[in-house]
Design a protein around this ligand. Sequence first.
Ligand SMILES: Cc1cc2nc3c(=O)[nH]c(=O)nc-3n(C[C@H](O)[C@H](O)[C@H](O)COP(=O)(O)O)c2cc1C
Ligand SMILES: [Fe+2]
Ligand SMILES: [Fe+2]
Length: 397
Amino acid sequence: MNAFEILDGIYYAGVNDRVTSLFEGLWPLPYGVSYNAYVVKGDKTALMDSVNISMVNHLLTLLGTERIDYLVVHHMEPDHSGAIPELCHKFPEMKIVCNAKAAQMIRGFYGVDCPDRFITVKEGDTLDLGGGKLLRFYMTPMVHWPETMMTWMEDQRLLFSGDAFGSFGAVDGNPLDTISTDWSIRKMEMRRYYAAIVAKYSRPVQAALAKLKGLPVEYIASTHGPVWHERASQVVKIYDEMSSGKTRQGVVIAYGSMYGNTSAVAEIAARRLEERGIREIRVYDAGRADLSRILADIWKYKGLLIASPTYSMNIFPPVEALVKALEVRELKDRVTGVFGSYAWASAAARLLTERLTAMGLPPVSTVSMQLAMNDETAAEVKNLADMMADKILSSEA
Ligand SMILES: Cc1cc2nc3c(=O)[nH]c(=O)nc-3n(C[C@H](O)[C@H](O)[C@H](O)COP(=O)(O)O)c2cc1C
Ligand SMILES: [Fe+2]
Ligand SMILES: [Fe+2]
């Protein structure tokens, strides 16, 4: 076997994908992504999850001549289950250990329909591999799909967490975070993964965190990115913040602009926020910046100013896409502001205000501008920035 030993008898058998440019056909992967499988060897051997279908051969090469007795399936999204048919073929005796929902998906996705194959597990069930390797299963539905579960190894203090605590970005070299992780990039890739993939399921993430709170976790082996060890408690804290809506005193300004009138106003707002003591300001052109990057920062900061021109009596399309993404993810507890521009019949300012209000995030103020900026608009926008800054700085950091 060519997998990397993390702990005695526990191996990282993940593979790097530096070829796919869009995860889920949507989210850019500037640093690639890893699909993490693991091998646990006691008297019997278990493979924890598998990999994307395009990488099955890489996984089989890592496993070499190792005989797999059990495949534990934590999550059925095809980036982790793609090797199931091949593994079933290669290991006719292999049992698939999963919950009832996953078993149904395995039948539906891969046509594996042999009842003898499955060991169906529930909350708290265990599987003893012998040799001091005891797997205990925790159901964590909707972290990210309904069938998701985690596995805890008490003696090793190791949690197989599925997509939770995962990050975009391939694993360069040693999969343990102690050695090869560039933390600033990794942190952004983790926030981006959370905001794009997991944020919709923040409540189930909180429920899972509550369930796992008492466990003395020293190693977190997720399905994407490094194995957290040195940074395990830090990563749990970041996850707790992202899923509970705890934010920092900063502002994201996300605007759309075709001809520069709206972007000019966004610049005025950014400068004023800075003058009023907001130190972290992130300004994004929604038509050009990657949506996951904008979402990652929206999940980090308390303030959100959205600005859009009116476009055929609607919100400008890339800003509309952002608002839709916020609605889907049920963004909560933010200080918002709205700016809209138009030439002859305004719509964007009103529509943005309605949408944010319906989300329970009514803007502190809405400013509307016809044609180009003048002193009056600039003053209104500064006033809007002042109101946002006051509210953000008086909120808990
Ligand atoms: C395709 C297109 C559709 C537009 N639709 C509207 C509209 O329905 N109502 C309106 O008042 N202005 C409309 N406008 C004008 C823009 O909202 C206005 O020029 C605005 O100042 C553009 O802001 P920007 O310079 O930041 O791109 C439209 C402009 C374009 C190019
Ligand atoms: Fe997933
Ligand atoms: Fe995944």
